[in-house]
Design a protein around this ligand. Structure first.
Ligand code: ADP
Ligand code: MG
Length: 267
């Protein structure tokens, strides 16, 4: 790998609720940024390995090198090679896969020295080679998610357009503020992204306004939202991005706009 000579921006995709489109957004934002000419690394920080599967890797449990092995090396104080374990997806992004071994690694993190900073150490080693590093978090606020937030410049919060989602957002922002205070003072919000918006109902707009009203002062809300679209789910099942699966569809346009908004935020 060659160094970029540019600053790398590290974004964590976090929400302790499952099924809100964290993984899908990691893939499509990452590939959107790569299509705009950026060198992008996606990190799968979920033992369920959905990102790894969405990248077309059918048997994550057979992989030799994953985030689990990388974090184990770091905890043991071994040197790591920047390229170790990184795979390439056909649409121009690189990714560090995960598998079920990561669940045990999360447990051993709890008693590790400097336990919040193990992923940061890895990210610092690979950052010279990338413009964007995006970490796909698991649906919890446990040690792996804390590691992702400790290592990030910004956090992007995918939020499903439902009233109940607002409750979880309160707990998530409280955790983020605690991490900002104690662990990573430079952590900023990339923004809240409304996902799976059903255009046939009009409460999406209402929720968008509620989110803006309640959080807009502290947290930016993306202008653009992601529509509910069966094409999005089909694309992940095929190991492709929405750009490859349905280039002319609304979800593809939405993800392209999202990548533009993120680019406009700068590094
Ligand atoms: P998370 O990572 O937050 O658990 P996923 O990205 O895995 O969420 O998405 C959960 C499920 O919803 C997956 O089956 C995915 O294919 C589907 N999905 C995600 N985004 C959309 C969308 N915009 N429209 C329709 N289905 C979606
Ligand atoms: Mg996921």
């Amino acid at each position: 790998m060659e160094t970029t000579g540019r600053r790398c921006k590290v974004i964590a995709l976090a929400n302790q609720k499952g099924g809100v489109s964290k993984t899908t957004t990691t893939v499509n934002l990452g590939i959107g940024l790569a299509r705009a000419g950026n060198r992008v690394l996606l990190i799968d920080s979920d033992p369920q390995a959905s990102l790894t599967a969405s990248m077309g890797e059918r048997e994550p449990d057979r992989l030799d090198k994953t985030l689990a092995t990388v974090l184990t090396s770091i905890m043991e104080g071994q040197e790591i090679e920047a390229e170790d374990g990184i795979l390439t997806h056909g649409e121009g992004v690189r990714f560090l896969p995960a598998n079920i071994d990561l669940a045990a690694v999360e447990v051993s993190l709890i008693s590790a020295m400097s336990r919040e900073y193990m992923l940061k150490e890895y990210i610092e080693a690979v950052a010279p080679y990338f413009d964007y590093i995006i970490t796909d978090c698991m649906p919890s606020l446990g040690m792996l998610t804390i590691n992702a937030l400790a290592a990030a410049d910004t956090v992007l919060i995918p939020l499903q357009a439902q009233y109940l989602s607002l409750k979880g957002l309160e707990q998530l922002t409280a955790t983020i503020m605690r991490i900002k205070k104690r662990i990573n003072p430079a952590l900023d919000f990339e923004g809240i992204l409304l996902t799976m918006v059903d255009a046939r109902t009009n409460y999406a707009r209402e929720i968008m306004e509620m989110v803006r009203g309640n959080y807009g002062q502290r947290i930016p809300v993306f202008e653009n939202y992601i529509p509910l679209s069966v094409r999005v789910a089909e694309a992940s099942a095929e190991g492709k991005s929405i750009f490859a699966h349905d280039p002319k569809g609304r979800a593809s346009a939405a993800y392209e706009m999202l990548a533009k908004e993120v680019l406009a935020h700068g590094r």
